[in-house]
Design a binder for this molecule. Structure first.
Ligand SMILES: [Zn+2]
Length: 79
């Protein structure tokens, strides 16, 4: 039986550890909030090209609020 977990930063299923390869730098450390926010905003913009910049920002912050790595971040708390 394999225990699968999910990345605490983006929710992607991973085999082990706390974060997926996309959320970490070369040393395995979690990337900064701004790096992750930028990536997720770009991804969300591709999914929903009609959305305004404010809508994208809100959607990304709402999503990050569900992630253990980010839910206590000041930017997420302040949304
Ligand atoms: Zn991740």
């Amino acid at each position: 039986m394999t225990t699968r977990s999910s990345c605490e930063s983006c929710g992607m299923p991973i085999e082990s550890g706390r974060y997926c390869e996309y959320c970490t730098d070369e040393s395995g450390a979690l990337q900064s909030f701004d790096q992750r926010f930028g990536r997720m905003a770009a991804w969300q913009t591709r999914r929903d090209p009609e959305a305004s910049e404010q809508d994208i920002e809100r959607q990304v912050l709402d999503y990050m609020a569900t992630m253990p790595a980010w839910r206590n971040h000041p930017r997420v708390q302040a949304r």
